[in-house]
Design a protein around this ligand. Sequence first.
Ligand SMILES: [Zn+2]
Ligand SMILES: [Zn+2]
Length: 291
Amino acid sequence: MTISGPRLRTLLRQAERTAASGKRAAAETLYRQILSEAPESEAAWLGLAGVVYGVDEKTAVYKRVLEINPDNEAAQAGLAQAQGGPSDAFEQSRDWLETVTASPARKETPVETKPEPAVEISETAVSSPTNVGVESAEDDFDLVCYRHPNRETALRCYNCGKPICIKCANKTPVGYSCPDCIRDLQKNYYTATLLDYIIAIIIVVPLSAVAAFFLRLIGFFTFFVSPVVGTLIGRIVFWAVRRHRGRWLSHVVAGAVVLGAGMMMLVYGFSLWTGVYAFMAAASAYYFVKV
Ligand SMILES: [Zn+2]
Ligand SMILES: [Zn+2]
């Protein structure tokens, strides 16, 4: 069910612009005003979900939409997202809102040139308890990316709220994120310290050397045993560094595997099987540590 009255449709568009310009509180007031007149408007409920804070509140709003229309995909996706599941809900709900509120005359007749609804809007805006500043929403729409002052955008980082252009926006399961917040996220994700790297090298080089020594004795079977040894080495490293993740840890481990095998070759001379071992074990260890 969509809002049919042109006044409510205009209000809805106004609320959307206010939300897009980042005035969430003002947008929330507008959406609630719309909902007081059209409590069955899925578009208004969805818009409201986009501006309220907190998982519980978002969840409640999305559930309300699904009560009105259990098949509303934007609300289903939004609910899944609010409850932590990865989804494209952000984009889906935006696209959906676009189609719902788009009217044929949308582009040619901006709000200001339509005297009737415009007057009504300012009346309702004034009559609402907090004057939500609808009149300035238009001006604020041309946000610029905080890293590219010449690029206009309507996107904001879901985390810190800074306006970002689509080039700077990183899509995450919970929304678009700015590069700064991504860096912070990675800082928390990669927990390995220099000590962890040193521990990994100290463990892997001798282990790999010993493995290379034995594997040169089994010839052809090196093909089957090397991946197992590599995975085992990866497992031991994982345990030794207390499950810390490091951006370069897998590379270092693979290098250490090759280094250990190389040391064996220095002592016992070149062997094709040691070469095969070094390659296969390094690859297995690399992928084990990386994942
Ligand atoms: Zn951010
Ligand atoms: Zn940018």
